[in-house]
Design a protein around this ligand. Structure first.
Ligand code: AMP
Length: 586
């Protein structure tokens, strides 16, 4: 494990040296991290104020905040002052519509600046913001909007007609639909043309003095059973966004930062929108989908200095070979980080060879609200390790003892559940409407992450796997239940069990096992029909890529499909404890 250590890069002439890990950790307090932000009178704290107004008030209003690259070659630049005006207009628009503070404002948008404006404008107005991934199909969109009782939706006409119109009659809380990029047929009565309403609204708005513990963001994550969970985050999370962007991404105000994650997911919102703005740097926003040549061109032409991306993309870039990198002038690139799923050690070694920089893996979850474990710029990188806990975070490997008490395993090299000492600012404050489920995540002062890991003798953490059935495909966490439910809506399907099957590029792909109702033939036509059905209802990113037909699925005595067993059999792994197995497929 120690053999491949990549020693930290020494600073180039004139370059600021990142603070050593040990002293950064020793000297850090969350109180000081909070004091580094501005706050509002009376102890109030609002993310929009910290991300935008703080920079403008410091005389940085003319600095470039967002540089947007359109799919078809267009571009837009917004300074911090532009962003202050646009988000104030958005907040005024909400006020004009009579949307009270605390309301849930959702977006269903691609990667475009309107998303940033809606997010920070809603937060400025004291509303709760929830971004949805634009590749979701109507069912995931509906589930998330209805659980969160969305009252405002910001979207485009195309996305509305394809994904919201089919479920609109099942969204009783939705009062306002705001359309970016032009109106047209298929929109509901009263839909607001954002392109007209925003310029007409006043660019001055007094930010709502939210309390640090007021709800700010809602992010959905998948569950193994039941509907997706609405993870609740508060304004105070910004303290962690700001601090971790410095520590784990080595971000400074002079950087041109590219976070490739979609803001419809937690990484894209926390580190693609909020954190870099609180640092005062320029963020690059690319509307287009992944395409290796385009990405290398962006890195070069946009002079990206800090790049935060994901293992799936890195693996695809590796496939293209070394020459694609070597032909480029990437001299301004000084830090690269990765998150979302295990980063193969080969990818770190490869990047170090061809970029002259290793990818720095880091770890966190929707629930943690910010990066918790990271390979710091000032640390040696151990390829395959997620790194060490960021300052202010205590991470441990825990196990339950015979009395059921959660205890830390202090010896190195022992696997157990990864846990964090509860109480950091960006810790989630609940699963919407599921108090018990939230409480179950905590025990004996620890937040239990659901990941299996181990710590080595140097305090580096190594990811082993998950303790549940969740699937990670291209960095997206997918709940098997959501996919199984859609499969079972099909008239031919009797039951369905969904697992993740390892895949070289995507990490895992979604694979479904299906039993059929009498009278349906298990043939290629039906297989294709089922895949098409899932893609239409769920969207391509969470639909099964493979479907196998079975006579029966293995179940527990209590009637639950044993996904663990389906997976073990699919992969030829040991079947483990079968004492609860009731019906066997064999
Ligand atoms: P999400 O809540 O969608 O961000 O997914 C969080 C989960 O992604 C974690 O619990 C891990 O299972 C996985 N994950 C995130 N980052 C890493 C990483 N660096 N290495 C391995 N797994 C990761």
């Amino acid at each position: 494990m120690r053999s491949n250590v990549i020693t930290k890069r020494s600073s180039r002439p004139g370059e600021r040296a990142p603070e050593p890990y040990d002293s950064a950790r020793r000297n850090f307090t969350w109180a000081e991290a909070r004091a580094a932000l501005a706050g509002l009178p009376g102890g109030a704290l609002n993310i929009a104020h910290e991300a935008i107004d703080r920079q403008v008030l410091a005389g940085q209003g003319g600095r470039l905040a967002i540089r947007w690259l359109g799919r078809g070659g267009g571009e837009r630049n917004l300074t911090y002052a532009d962003l202050r005006d646009a988000t104030s207009r958005f907040a005024n628009l909400l006020a004009g519509l009579g949307v009270p503070a605390g309301s849930r404002v959702y977006s269903l948008l691609g990667r475009q600046p309107e998303l940033h404006i809606a997010a920070l404008g809603a937060l400025r107005a004291g509303c709760v913001f929830c971004p949805l991934f634009s590749a979701f199909g109507p069912e995931p969109v509906h589930a998330r909007m209805s659980i969160g009782e969305a009252s405002v939706l910001v979207t485009t006409r195309a996305l509305f007609t394809r994904k919201v119109a089919p479920v609109l009659d099942r969204l009783p809380h939705l009062k306002h639909v705001l359309i970016a990029g032009g109106m047209g047929p298929g929109l509901p009565p009263g839909a607001v043309d954002l392109d007209v309403a925003l310029p007409a609204a006043s660019p001055r708005f007094e930010t709502v003095p939210t309390r640090p513990d007021d709800l700010a963001l809602l992010h959905f994550t998948s569950g193994t059973t039941g509907q997706p969970k609405g993870v609740m985050h508060v304004h105070q999370a910004v303290v962690a966004h700001h601090a971790t962007a410095r520590f784990a991404l080595d971000l400074t105000a002079d950087d041109r930062f590219w976070c490739t994650a979609d803001p419809g997911w937690v990484t894209g919102m926390s580190y693609g929108v909020i954190a870099p703005l609180t640092i005062g740097c320029t963020l690059i926003l690319d509307e287009a989908e992944f395409e290796a040549e385009r990405w290398y061109r962006i890195l070069e032409e946009e002079r990206v200095s800090v790049w935060y991306t994901a293992p799936t993309a890195i693996r695809m870039l590796m496939r293209l070979g070394d020459d694609a990198v070597r032909g480029r002038d990437l001299s301004h690139l000084r830090f690269m980080a990765s998150v979302g799923e295990p980063l193969n050690p080969e990818a770190v070694v490869w990047s170090n060879r061809v970029f002259g920089l290793p990818f720095h893996d880091n770890w966190w979850q929707t629930e943690t609200g910010g990066i918790m474990i990271a390979n710091f710029a000032a640390m040696d990188v151990k390829p395959g390790s997620m790194g060490r806990p960021v300052p202010g975070i205590e991470a441990g490997i825990v196990r339950r003892n015979e009395q059921g008490i959660v205890e830390e395993v202090t010896s190195a090299g022992i696997s157990g559940e990864l846990a964090l000492r509860a109480g950091w600012p960006s810790m989630f404050r609940g699963y919407l409407g599921q108090t018990e489920r939230y409480a179950k995540c905590f025990a004996d002062g620890w937040y239990l992450t659901g990941d299996l890991a181990m710590r080595d003798e140097d305090g580096y953490f190594w990811f082993i796997g998950r303790t549940d059935d969740l699937i990670k495909s291209s960095g997206h966490l997918i709940g098997p239940f959501e996919v199984e439910s859609v499969l079972m809506e099909h008239p031919a399907v009797a039951e369905a069990g969904v697992i993740g099957r390892p895949d070289e590029a995507a990490g895992e792909i979604v694979k479904a096992f299906v039993t059929l109702k009498p009278g349906h033939a298990a043939d290629e036509t039906l297989r294709r029909e089922l895949i098409g059905h899932c893609r239409a209802r769920l969207g391509p990113s969470i639909s099964p890529r493979e479907i196998d037909f079975r006579e029966m699925l293995p179940r527990t005595r209590s009637g639950k499909i044993m996904r663990r067993l389906l997976r073990a059999r699919e992969l030829g792994l040991p079947e483990g404890d079968l004492s609860t197995l009731e019906v066997d497929e064999r």
